[in-house]
Design a protein around this ligand. Sequence first.
Ligand SMILES: Nc1ncnc2c1ncn2[C@@H]1O[C@H](COP(=O)(O)OP(=O)(O)OP(=O)(O)O)[C@@H](O)[C@H]1O
Length: 758
Amino acid sequence: MESRQPGSPSPEQEALAHEQTRVSAMYARLDALREYTADQLAAAHLQDRSGYAALVERESRSYEQARRRARLGAVEEGLCFGRVDLATDTETIYIGRIGLRDAEHETILVDWRAPAARPFYAATPSDAAGLARRRHLRVRHRRVIGLDDEVFDPDGLTESDRHQLVGEAALLASLRRGRTGRMADIVATIQAEQDRVIRARLAGVLVVQGGPGTGKTVAALHRAAYLLYTHRHVLERRGVLVVGPNPAFLRYVGDVLPSLGETDVVMRTVGELFPGVEAREHDPHAVARVKGSPRMAELVRAAVLDRQRTPLEAFGDDELRVRTDAGVLTVPAETAAHVIATARGLRLPHNAARKYAVTTLLRELARAESVLLGRPAEEEDLPFIGERLWFVDAIRAAIDALWPPLTPERLLAELFSDTEALDRVGPRAGLSADERRALARAADAPWTVEDVPLLDEAADILGYDDSAERARERRRAAREAEEERYAQGVLEFTGADDPLLDARVLAERHRDTGPGLTTAERAGQDREWTYGHVIVDEAQELSPMAWRAVMRRVPTRSLTVVGDVAQTGSAAGARSWLDALEPFVGANLHVERLRVNYRTPAPIMTAAADVLRAAAPDEEAPESVREEGDPPRAVRLTGPLAESLPAVVAEELRAIGEGRVAVITADRDVAAAAAALPDAGRPYAGGPGRDALENPVVVVTATESKGLEFDSVVVVEPDHVWQQPRGANDLYVAVTRATRRLTVAHSRDLPGVLNRLA
Ligand SMILES: Nc1ncnc2c1ncn2[C@@H]1O[C@H](COP(=O)(O)OP(=O)(O)OP(=O)(O)O)[C@@H](O)[C@H]1O
């Protein structure tokens, strides 16, 4: 063994000092860049505003500088977290949240998404990816406080030694941290199987199937950041959409992308996909099953056809008769029926075909009027007379009865609140009497999450009356083309060769939408926006109708679909990925499986695996990365929850110290549990703006707990969860939310699948 002089630094101290020098240089460079960006931003603001060219140039500069400043601001903590030493030469590469070059343009830090950073994530003991060593740097407030090395040079290492080295220290340290109620990024510890998911190609459908805690969500979010970095030119303009299961979940994961410096992502629940409607409540299971069925597309189509009527269908009279001041105007039966049949045959959206129906019927009514008044009119005068007749209320009402202007909201509200209409239309979509009854509701009932895909479907079939808008649109397009040509000139003139900025982006940014509106904001407000890529999380919950709404937003079918068919809780959710996606993409799926559970320690996962066998016998339980942990326990509750539950929760709070406890219940018990714990957070009761998930104690139903995690979980009355419509799946979700401790608290007998805990 080498001897050291007393007081001289140990090899580890030397290594730390060496890395500190490098890291300090990176922060110095970061500070310099921040200062430079702030100066540039100030200069851009001071620029002369007069004239279009000056305005465009100013916009271009300040937008870009503001964006750069936001990125530089987001990377303070953990700027650099890794280093690789290549086996072939002496090169070392430092990996961080962003790439940095020093004043001489030498690379001092490589962005984690760049190809050069790949070996840091891809290297495993069996495939070193060209590395001699991988080093994790632990840096807190700009100080290097620790290093973990993995040596890939196999000489001198036994097989078991090598296995122990696989990034464990850094990974386990990060997994052991108490939960904060917000998901954090994992750039420093992405594992090889996750890296494959993150860097998969942009085109096509990637399905990521994995058990609870395998990092599907976190990998999907890193994939969004990776895609935006790698394909920025395509994706910046079209944006990326992330669809998540509920607002609390989106809030829970909402920090991850900004911490990676990415803000051009739209995050929505299915209930928010239709602009103007924000649905949060779900329909009961039986109703949700009907509304999610693909037959609903037929129903919506049939409902629209049902609103396109001949006079016989609308008034029970085969002639169209309208009483006006001049007398009764009559359109003969055959003519009226022909107009409606022709309008139907146009195969245009309902509101577009309406234009034909209205003008033609007005012309026929004008003809009837001229006959009635004994003033024969020339054929070419009829449209003008028709235009005048349009202002006669009775005429407008009669035409609306034959072919009304319809919004999606009006169509569905009128259909669902009219049992006769449901009975007329339902059978055409193959709905049974029971299913039709399930759809019936009051006209003013609030929209549910399950209604949103139906509204979207209706919008697609209805189109909207857009004649005035189209004329405006034509004028605007001409103006915009002119502005774009101008912006191109400005860019060439100013030599701003930023790949993030092209003439269209620049011109768009300058237009009436105002410079503040980002791609994400514009996309979020526009129902017909199509995205460059869509990521669907907890995708097993989507019904066939919800998939139709999602697919409409990504005609290129560039999708990442993330979920676990063993956790499906919703009535019309998926039991197999192929079944769910085949109608849209055929068998063209690339499936990646994640098999390691980073959340739940092995003792809890063993109990959960018993539940999984009932929920999805074909799925394998993921293997826990943490072997050790407190064994799950069962506690008998005596008396009402208000008396028995607080003590159990207090004990858990004591046991975990810093961290969060979740009380997870069946739907029927959630109110009683929340009442028993008045200080607990109820993330779903107070709307999305509240930070209830950050409360030390949270009360949620099993369904609401999907995608979330807590240090300690108390499942109350598991038998009630078990008895829910997809109870086995719900219970599986509930028992896999804990990172450290699991308790089942019960007064009724435990369901058999939890016998291990009895
Ligand atoms: N490579 C990693 N490094 C550090 N933490 C990780 C890593 N992978 C996953 N985790 C952590 O494991 C936990 C579970 O991840 P995540 O929520 O993404 O899993 P999931 O597969 O979506 O789970 P579920 O299906 O239960 O919702 C998170 O706290 C996440 O940060």
